[in-house]
Design a protein around this ligand. Structure first.
Ligand code: ADP
Ligand code: MG
Length: 313
C-alpha cells in the first residue's frame, strides 16, 4: 500500500458526507467531520462544504477540488495554499486546521479544513444588500489596502494574493477576512488563472514576459474593487493598450457626491487604474487614503431602489 493510499484509507473515518447530519453523539465520536452532500459554495477550482467538527463542536469549511480538475498538480496546490495561509500572521486570514486525504462524494481527494466564515462576502452584500455606507466602504478599502502592503512588506516582496476580488473578501468585524490564496505567488508559480474584472492588464496579458503579480497589480485590483463598491459595475480591461473605465458622474454612483468630489474620485481612479503600473500610487494604502478622503463626506443616495432593498417592499 502506498503512502497516499494509506492516508486516504485512514482518513475515511474522519469525514462523512451524508444526506443529513444524524443527531447521534456516538456516531459523531467516530466521525470527526460531518457534512451534507451538497456544497455550500462553488469556486473556480473547488467546492466548499459546510461541515460540523464533532470533536471541537463547531462548523468548519471543507475545500475540495472540483472533480474535473482533481489531479495531482491541483492536490499539491491545495496543500500549498494551506501552507501559505498558515504562514501569514494577520487577523484577516482564516485559520486552516488541517489538510486531509478524504473520500468525497466524487471519490478520494484532498481537502482543506478551515474556519467557516458565517458573514457575507463583499460580493454577496453588493448583489443583495443595500450599498455599503461610506464608513463601511472606507473600512473595507483601507483594510484591504493595508493587508496588501502588510503581505508585501512582511514577505520581503514575495507574497501577493493574485486574485483579490469581492467574492474573496468577507465582511467580518472588526477585521475583514481575505480568502483564496490558490493563485498567490508562493502557492502557484504559474498564476495563470485570474478574474478578468479585477485583474491588472499586466497580470492578464503576458506582454511577452512572465505573468506579473506584484504590489502594483494588487493595487489595481483594489481600485477595481473600490470602483465596484461605488458604482455596482466592473471596469472594462479587454484592451491591450489602455484601461478604459466609465468615468464617474452623479448618475452612475451610489452616493451623493459634489461635483468636486466626483472629479477628485475620477482622478484617484485614473491613477490607480493606470495601464502603466509606474503611474499608479506608490502603495495600496496610499490609494486607500486618497479614496477615503473623498468618501468621508459622502452620503448614500436615498433612491427607491435602495429603500426597496432595505425595507424589502
Ligand atoms: N472558510 C470559508 N467559510 C465560508 N465560505 C467560504 C470559505 N471559503 C470559501 N468560501 C466560499 O466559497 C467560495 C469559493 O472559495 P474559494 O476559496 O475562492 O475557491 P476557489 O479557489 O475554487 O476559487 C468563496 O467565494 C466563498 O463564498
Ligand atoms: Mg476563488
Amino acid at each position: 500500500m502506498t503512502h497516499r493510499e494509506k492516508a486516504s484509507n485512514s482518513s475515511v473515518a474522519f469525514l462523512r458526507f451524508i444526506g443529513s447530519p444524524k443527531a447521534d453523539p456516538f456516531y459523531w465520536e467516530k466521525v470527526r467531520y460531518i457534512s451534507s452532500k451538497t456544497p455550500a459554495h462553488e469556486g473556480s477550482m473547488s467546492l466548499i462544504y459546510k461541515a460540523f467538527d464533532s470533536r471541537e463542536g463547531k462548523p468548519v469549511a471543507i475545500k475540495i477540488l472540483q472533480p474535473f480538475i482533481d489531479d495531482e498538480e491541483h492536490k499539491q496546490l491545495i496543500k500549498k495554499e494551506a501552507e501559505v495561509i498558515n504562514s501569514i500572521r494577520h487577523p484577516s486570514v482564516p485559520f486552516v486546521y488541517d489538510v486531509l486525504s478524504v473520500e468525497s462524494p466524487d471519490g478520494p481527494t484532498t481537502a482543506m479544513i478551515m474556519e467557516y466564515i458565517e458573514e457575507k462576502t463583499l460580493e454577496q452584500r453588493l448583489k443583495s444588500g443595500p450599498p455599503l455606507s461610506p464608513r463601511e466602504a472606507i473600512d473595507v478599502v483601507r483594510q484591504t489596502g493595508a493587508f496588501i502592503d502588510f503581505l508585501d512588506l512582511s514577505s520581503g516582496h514575495t507574497l501577493f494574493n493574485g486574485d483579490l476580488k469581492p467574492s474573496h473578501i468577507f465582511l467580518t468585524y472588526p477585521n475583514i477576512r481575505i480568502i483564496d490564496f490558490a493563485s498567490s505567488t508562493l502557492a502557484n508559480e504559474k498564476g495563470e488563472e485570474y478574474d478578468p474584472n479585477f485583474s491588472a492588464p499586466e497580470r492578464r496579458f503576458r506582454f511577452g514576459q512572465e505573468i506579473v503579480r506584484n504590489a502594483a497589480s494588487e493595487e489595481f485590483s483594489l481600485a477595481a474593487i473600490a470602483y465596484y463598491i461605488i458604482t455596482g459595475h466592473t471596469i472594462d480591461i479587454n484592451d491591450r493598450k489602455k484601461t478604459t473605465f466609465k468615468k464617474l458622474s452623479k448618475w452612475n454612483v451610489r452616493y451623493d457626491f459634489s461635483e468636486y468630489e466626483i472629479n477628485k474620485l475620477n482622478q484617484v481612479f485614473t491613477k490607480a487604474l493606470a495601464f502603466d503600473p509606474k503611474e499608479r500610487f506608490p502603495s495600496s494604502s496610499q490609494f486607500a487614503d486618497e479614496f477615503s478622503i473623498v468618501m468621508q463626506s459622502a452620503k448614500t443616495k436615498k433612491t427607491l431602489l435602495n429603500l426597496k432593498t432595505v425595507f424589502n417592499f
